[in-house]
Write a protein that binds this ligand. Structure first.
Ligand SMILES: [Zn+2]
Length: 293
């Protein structure tokens, strides 16, 4: 994660950290310099071409300092951790969602290439089916990885001593557990005290449940509905509301509305989890940066 260094953050630095930051800012001059006051540093930061950030890798618990041009926003364009190469789990998911938007645009562009040609339209419908299928697989997999990694970094941060790292241990324990939305919800509540059901209502979680079910038939049954899919989704309201009834052996037709709905519900969850995530890591990151030799 990234915390932009401003007045409030500098006020939280012990003298040693502050001096070190100032030296870094002035690129370690050969001659000793008079350390400027916080107010002086605030104006120096204002006129600097760069912003400065405290970074904290939630995976390997490494704190650091990042200097980035003001026009670049590391939250949108994050740097991988220099120690372990990981990028924040939230940005991994954002980049998956951007990829999905691109797939939808490509599909639309293909359809509009020859709008009056029937054969082309049939062909573009096949392309759309394949691309939309890939979109669901990407979103569901991105979502699963996000919940798995956030769970493991939280566990590693909350329950493990700062100098120890049990991230891989937690990851091994979770394994494929999070392919199931119900289990994600239970584990978050029991271990982390985060009640996902409070964050999104049952209708929203139905949507995510359906998304995992569709991924399952795409991956395991070529997108064809089987007995288990019918059984698992008989109470899903959004299918009923749309008047969609499916039989065994039908292909599940993924629509652009499905994709929008998956994305919307996921964004709602992520935004709320992100604030929990920042609450925990904000203080930890400053503390670790201050302790950094
Ligand atoms: Zn790292």
């Amino acid at each position: 994660m990234y915390i932009r260094i401003d007045k409030t953050i500098m006020e939280q630095f012990p003298k040693k950290t502050y001096d070190e930051f100032v030296m870094n800012f002035f690129e370690y001059p050969d001659e000793p310099i008079k350390i400027p006051s916080i107010e002086e540093m605030v104006s120096a930061l204002k006129t600097s071409p760069d912003n400065y950030y405290i970074t904290y890798c939630a995976y390997c618990k490494t704190p650091g300092l990042l200097q980035a041009p003001k026009k670049r926003n590391p939250k949108e364009d994050p740097s991988p951790c220099g120690m372990c190469g990981e990028i924040d789990p939230i940005y991994k998911l954002f980049s998956t969602l951007n990829k999905v938007k691109l797939f939808c645009d490509i599909s639309n562009e293909i359809k509009n290439l020859h709008p009056d040609n029937c054969a082309w339209l049939m062909h573009s419908r096949d392309i759309e089916r394949i691309l939309f299928g890939q979109c669901v697989i990407s979103i569901a997999t991105g979502c699963e990885i996000f919940f798995k990694e956030v769970y493991c970094v939280f566990m590693n941060e909350i329950f493990v001593r700062p100098d120890k790292d049990l991230y891989d241990y937690f990851k091994k324990r979770v394994e494929n557990r999070f392919v199931n939305y119900g289990k994600i919800s239970d584990d978050y509540k029991d271990a982390l005290g985060i009640d996902l059901k409070k964050i999104i209502n049952s209708n929203n979680s139905d949507v995510l449940y359906l998304m995992f079910q569709i991924r399952h038939i795409l991956v395991h049954n070529n997108g064809i509905i089987d007995k288990k899919f019918i059984e698992n989704n008989k109470n899903i309201k959004i299918l009923k509301e749309r008047g969609l009834s499916y039989s065994k052996g039908d292909r599940y037709i993924i629509s652009i509305d499905d994709l929008k709905e998956f994305e919307m519900n996921l964004m709602k969850l992520i935004t709320n989890i992100q604030s929990e995530y920042h609450k925990i890591f904000l203080n930890v990151a400053i503390e670790r940066y201050n302790q950094h030799p």
